[in-house]
Every structure is written in C-alpha cells, then in structure tokens.
Ligand binder design. Structure first.
Ligand SMILES: Cc1ncc(COP(=O)(O)O)c(C=O)c1O
Length: 411
C-alpha cells in the first residue's frame, strides 16, 4: 500500500494551516471609511492613510522616513533614480532572488551585475561583491532572503570603502533587525513589498525607508509624476505615477498594528522548527545568522541533500510535502535561468546593449544553481502561525518523504 500522500497514502496533515492574509472587521471598517470619504486615490501624495502607514512602519523599523508606493519592484527603481543612478552605471545584485531585484537597475537604465550567494545563508557573497566592483559600479542591492539577512557588516564596509550606495531588498524582511538596527535602515534605502503573499500586505504596495531627508523628498517626487515636494521648489523633476491608492494604504494601517504579534508567533515557531527538524536525514537547517536580533521572516528556507532523497530534487520533494499537507515551494531559480536576462528574449535596451555580459551561457553561479535547482525548500509563512503542532507536522512530513524517497517519481 502507498505510504506517501503523493502516491495515494494518508497525508501527515489533513487540516489546513491558518489562511493568509488575516483580516476582520478592522480592515472592513478601514476600507469602508475610505470609500465613504470619496478620496480613493493616492493624490495628493501622500494621502492621509499613506502618511499614517509611512510613519508607523518607519517607526517600527527604526527609519526616519517611509515612502509608500505601488509595489516592491518600483521601490528599488525609484531608490536608484533618487540616488542618481542610471545609464552607464552598474549595480551588483545576488544570483538567488526574485527577478525584481535585477529588473530594477534595468528599469533605471543601469546594468545589473549578478554575483553568487554564500553557501551558509544563500544571501549575496560579500567577497564576490568586492571582486565585481569596477569604476562604473554605483550600488549594491543585497537581498534579505527567506529567514536570513545578508551580511550587512561586510557589505557596509565594502560600500564605504568604494563609495557605493546600498539599497536593501527587504521584500522578505519586515520586522527583521540586524544588531538592533531594522532591516532597510542600514543602507541608503530599504525596499519592502506589500504584495499578497508578503507578511505585511495589502494585496499590492511597496515602501521605501530612508534616514536621509533629501533622498526621501526625491523619492516622494519621483513617484508623484515629479511634482516638487519642497515649498521653495517650483519645478517638476523627472517622475511618473507610482502612487498607491488610499484603499490599500488603509489596509496597511491595520496590518502594521497586527504585525508584532504575528512576528512573535513566527519567530517562536521558527526556533522550534530548528530543533525538531535538526536530526532528519538529508535535511540541512541553516540557522538564522546570530547577528539577527529580532527575527521576522516570510519564508523559512531548508536545504535538502538530493543524494539522501534517492536522487530526487527540491521540486519533487516540495510536491510530496504539499501532498502531505505542508505548504512548501521551490521559489527562485538561479538568476541565469530567468528569461528576463536572455538577450534573445528580452527587449530591454540595457539587456541588448550588454548582451555579452548577460548571456546565461557564460554566467555561472554554482551556489545559487545548487540551491535553486536542487536543494532549496521554502516553507510558507502560515506554517509558523500554528504553534508547535504546525512545525512538528513539517518535521514528520520531511522525515516521511525522506524515508520513502525511492517511491517518489524521478526528478
Ligand atoms: C526578493 C523580492 N524582491 C522584490 C519583490 C517584488 O515585490 P513586488 O511583487 O511587490 O513588486 C519580491 C516579491 O514579489 C521579492 O520576493
């Protein structure tokens, strides 16, 4: 008789994990009051709810300014533009991330220079960042991936040494702190996403955090069609409409109130997962970097060893875990596999101009390739909002899939 649920056996878990997003009458009231007000859009920028959220979120992370906008992709494009980065410039990004991290420099007119990640955390490798710097390099975009943060100590030193800007991609990291400083408050800008699956969500949206008055002013202007934001300033500058509407902003005002309790739950369950999954054959736990002082994550990322899973890779294992009732995904392939960077497929001028350097045939990112194509298993955030039972089920399902890996379809 089949054991594995994917082959028709009984799943480890038959009850669903808590749904995401969480909502109740508070969201309904917030949205209703925007509807009644008649001011639905984001103009004049910032709207009342946008300004309230910007202030609350900036305070929670420890930044001076927040700038709310359409999503967590344009945030990075706007950050680069506000820093004066564009055509002829290079921006260093990691090889394991969502496509937006490398799209943003292209949208600003700059070349993304992709470097591999560290084996210990799967975040950008500072040594490779340093060796990729040349006289066109202007910025680094480290990604705080999954439950980790990039090595902000070394990256800050490198940026200072070479006069580079840092835009932290914090799409996964609202709430995280590094040595007591909030994610997004260490570099020149921190970029956050409020897209549906993210842990501080209104369905769509993004926020830039910065400690710099002038950069905040420029970011506000760029997202508001270039309108002047300083009373003394009369002229429009270069910009477009990247504003977020008040309906979304009102939902975020409630979301940030709920956030600290959700963060506490996930961090507690995350620690328990690290304990209960530690001894499972073929499963490598990558504990959160010890310099993370407030732990807050979107996905928890495990590594499987395909040899211990009868040669099956992450995609097959994730399908088997899903069948066991555990929300698990492969998420990101290595950057060299994204179509955006294939010059023959991309029409972006920067991709065409630098086609020799964006050629996937010549790109090699051994760590990101092993992670993305064979090893990474991303556990979704709701696994960590169901207390002890939630993570014990994960451990049981992983051990079961490993024991019966030979029965899984070939990868
Ligand atoms: C690492 C990373 N950066 C950027 C983004 C882009 O955010 P958005 O979907 O809000 O544009 C995402 C997620 O979607 C992401 O996972």
């Amino acid at each position: 008789m089949a054991e594995l649920a994917v082959n028709g056996g009984t799943p480890v878990r038959s009850t669903a994990y808590p749904a995401w997003p969480e909502w109740d009458d508070r969201e309904l009231d917030a949205v209703t009051s925007v509807i009644r007000s008649g001011t639905w859009g984001g103009f004049p920028e910032p709207g009342t709810n946008a300004a309230r959220f910007e202030e609350a979120f900036a305070a929670y992370q420890g930044a001076k300014h927040g700038v709310l906008m359409a999503n967590g992709t344009v945030t990075m494009e706007v950050a680069l533009k506000a820093l004066g980065i564009g055509w002829g410039d290079e921006v260093i990004v990691p090889a394991l991330t969502f496509t937006a991290t490398a799209y943003a420099p292209m949208a600003a007119g700059a070349l993304p220079v992709i470097v591999d990640v560290e084996p210990r955390t799967w975040t950008i490798d500072p040594a490779l960042v340093e060796s990729a710097i040349n006289d066109r390099t202007r910025a680094i975009i480290p990604v705080h991936l999954g439950h980790q943060m990039a090595d902000m100590d070394r990256l800050t030193q490198i940026a200072e040494r070479h006069g580079l800007a840092i835009v932290e991609d914090c799409a996964h990291a609202p709430g995280q702190q590094w040595r007591g400083r909030g994610a997004g408050c260490i570099g020149d800008f921190g970029s956050f996403s409020h897209q549906s699956s993210k842990i501080l969500t209104s369905g769509e949206g993004g926020t830039l955090l910065t400690g710099d008055d002038e950069l905040a002013r420029r970011a506000h202007s760029i997202i508001d069609c270039g309108r002047a934001k300083d009373p003394d300033e009369k002229e429009f500058t270069f910009g477009a409409n990247y504003r977020l509407g008040e309906l979304h902003a009102a939902v975020l005002v409630v979301a940030i109130e709920r956030f600290p309790e959700q963060q506490r739950q996930r961090a507690e369950a995350g620690k328990e997962l690290e304990r209960v999954a530690a001894g499972i054959d073929g499963v490598r736990i990558m504990p959160a970097d010890e310099r993370i002082t407030r732990w807050s994550f979107y996905n928890y990322i495990l590594a499987i060893d395909p040899d211990a899973f009868a040669g099956r890779t992450n995609e097959t294992v994730c399908r088997a875990l899903e069948a066991e009732g555990i929300p698990a995904e492969v998420q990101y392939p290595p950057m060299s596999r994204y179509e955006l960077f294939q010059p023959s497929l991309s029409r972006l001028p920067v991709a065409v101009e630098f086609s020799d350097r964006l050629d996937p045939q010549t790109m090699s990112f051994p760590v990101a390739e092993a992670a993305g194509l064979r090893e990474s298993v991303y556990l979704m955030e709701n696994v960590f909002r169901d207390g002890s039972r939630g993570v014990q089920d994960v451990a049981e399902a992983l051990a079961k899939v490993q024991r019966h890996a030979g029965e899984l379809p070939e990868s």
